[in-house]
Design a protein around this ligand. Structure first.
Ligand code: PLP
Length: 378
């Protein structure tokens, strides 16, 4: 079988039209206004509000900063119920706010936090639920909101993978008190590094405006202890450029998703997790789950096998956040309390997925999967 001469990575950043963006960058540099809420920053915020169909949005220099300052603006204390099956940034944003994560197990099907297991985690110290729309598949936002309303908790979503996703036709940013989006280069829409918060209450706009800029409410007035989390003008130009090519990227990813589905969905032991069409998912990743008993070999055997073909899949998310050394003493971090997360963390594999991935390469990746399975099972 033909092997890749050049390695295939799990993702490749979306990039804007070079000559258009170069012109815009020249204008920014000539204007001498390079950061601190310039024209491009304001324009990008407006365009993103339209794209995401939300009323309130603030920009940040990355998604982790957005989440960290969002939690701060919500004035949370004590414990926050969250998922162990996420990127480290989700829980580290809690750490920086002196909040204790309480890990809750995930749903078998969606890999998102299991709403049916949230209530038993609530104590008198609980102030919020921090849920993640894992791989762009929306959480059960209705059930989560019902629980939050019953116990008077805030809800904040890590929507790093969910840019442009919808839940039952409603844009994903319109659920909970806040949603964070990441615009890192590996995400569907990027500003190289960057992020945003969208929120239900205009009240947070002023607060976040201070928190993102050293707590300043005016040039000589410091009202709160803030941070420096501002998105600069060059990042905003890249974002505006990428918005122009985003629909084409989505169309390409839909084609690629379908090619993968056609090639591998019938193989016993492979379940496709990111199988939702159109706006129901964000097209952030193409993720499969390997059931070793049915597939014949383990996820890890397939992962290392693909590497020998120069194909670099990723074990997102691995390991579980509950395994980080500083959470070891938490009761909720114990393995016995997280059975589904422990099962899934050893089954999930993210395959190469980006708009420029050619059909022939998808064919080679899928043939490699079949060949590795065949060789190992014999
Ligand atoms: C990428 C990612 C983040 C962090 O976003 P940055 O913009 O890289 O800081 C947070 N949560 C999840 C689930 C992510 O995938």
């Amino acid at each position: 079988m033909e092997m890749f001469k050049h390695p295939i990575y799990v993702t490749q950043p979306l990039t804007p039209n070079i000559s258009e963006v170069t012109k815009e960058i020249e204008k920014v540099i000539e204007s001498k206004w390079l950061t601190n809420f310039g024209n491009k920053h304001e324009l990008l915020a407006e365009e993103l509000k339209n794209y995401l169909e939300v009323d309130h949005l603030s920009l940040f220099n990355n998604g982790t900063m957005a989440l960290t300052l969002g939690l701060k603006a919500l004035e949370l204390t004590g414990e926050v119920i969250t998922t162990p099956f996420t990127f480290p940034a989700t829980v580290q944003a809690l750490d920086w706010n002196n909040l204790t994560p309480v890990f809750c197990d995930i749903e078998e099907h969606s890999l998102n936090i299991d709403p049916d297991k949230i209530e038993e985690k609530i104590t008198d110290k609980t102030t919020a639920i921090l849920a993640v729309h894992v791989f762009g598949n929306p959480c059960n936002v209705q059930k989560i909101q019902q629980i939050a309303d019953k116990y008077d908790l805030k809800v904040i979503y890590d929507g790093a993978h969910a840019f442009g996703a919808q839940y039952k036709g409603e844009p994903i940013g319109n659920f909970g008190d806040m949603t964070m989006f990441s615009f890192h280069a590996t995400k569907l829409f990027n500003t190289i590094e960057g992020g945003a918060l969208v929120y239900s209450d205009e009240l947070y706009s002023e607060k976040l405006g201070m928190l993102v800029n050293f707590g300043l409410s005016s040039p000589e007035k410091v009202e709160v202890s803030g941070f420096n989390g501002k998105m600069n003008e060059i990042q905003a130009v890249i974002g505006l450029g990428n918005l122009r090519v985003l629909e084409e990227e989505r169309t390409n990813r839909e084609r690629i998703r379908q090619s993968y589905v056609d090639e591998i969905s019938k193989i016993p032991g492979i379940r496709i997790i990111t199988n939702r069409k159109n706006r129901e998912s964000s097209y952030q990743y193409f993720v499969i789950e390997i059931n070793e008993d049915e597939f014949g070999i383990s996820r890890d055997e397939l992962y290392y096998g693909l590497k020998s073909y120069n194909i670099f899949a990723r074990r997102y998310f691995y390991p579980l956040c509950s395994e980080f050394p500083w959470y070891r003493n938490l009761d909720s971090a114990k393995r016995g309390n997280l059975p589904i997360a422990w099962e899934k963390v050893n089954q999930v594999l993210t395959l190469p997925f980006y708009g420029d991935l050619e059909n022939e390469k998808i064919k080679i990746i899928c043939d490699a999967i079949k060949e590795i399975q065949f060789k190992n099972v014999l």
